[in-house]
Write a protein that binds this ligand. Structure first.
Ligand code: HEM
Length: 140
């Protein structure tokens, strides 16, 4: 009887702890708009320093790329944003992006998310949303 009482008490305490910890939305876990802006900055620094893929970005309007990526990531993590850029098919059609390029960019993104202290579970939720874009970005 005493053991049952103890088990019940432990369960109730655990439940209370759960209820009092507010669950963050994915958007909040990314630090909302300011966190996403900082993340995209971290990402672009890495991409531009990444010898595997940086050549392709030499002639690109980086302010536009930065702003579109902020909008896109914001939308994908459920934030109150609108993506105003081109489709992934349109913007990558002539770039001849390879499988290896795609993987390199995803690695840079994971490094950037690590640097921002974004929890792995939250990172994975974004990656799952980006994965289907692969078919429109990588050239056949
Ligand atoms: C999940 C992967 C990727 C996402 C979500 C993504 C997203 C975007 C977005 C939002 C834009 C801006 C579109 C616009 O201007 O309206 C863009 C442009 C661009 N992307 Fe990606 N991209 C991805 C992968 C890649 C890869 C792997 C490369 C090459 C290594 C790449 C190279 C470029 C370049 C060079 C541009 C600029 C095109 C231009 O302004 O003419 N992207 N991308």
């Amino acid at each position: 009887m005493r053991l049952r009482h103890l088990v019940l008490t432990v369960l109730l305490v655990a439940l209370a702890a759960c209820a009092s910890t507010p669950r963050q939305t994915l958007y909040q876990q990314f630090g909302e708009r300011a966190g996403i802006e900082a993340l995209v900055e971290e990402l672009l620094v890495r991409v531009l320093e990444d010898p595997r893929i940086n050549e392709g970005f030499a002639e690109v309007d980086l302010v536009n790329l930065n702003d579109r990526l902020v909008e896109q990531i914001c939308v994908e993590v459920g934030g109150p944003c609108t993506y105003t850029g081109k489709t992934m098919a349109e913007s990558h059609a002539t770039l001849a992006v390879t499988e290896a390029d795609f993987n390199a960019l995803v690695e840079d993104l994971v490094d950037a998310m690590d640097a921002r202290g974004i929890p792995r579970r939250a990172q994975n939720r974004l990656l799952v949303r980006l994965a289907p874009m692969h078919r429109d970005i990588v050239s056949p």
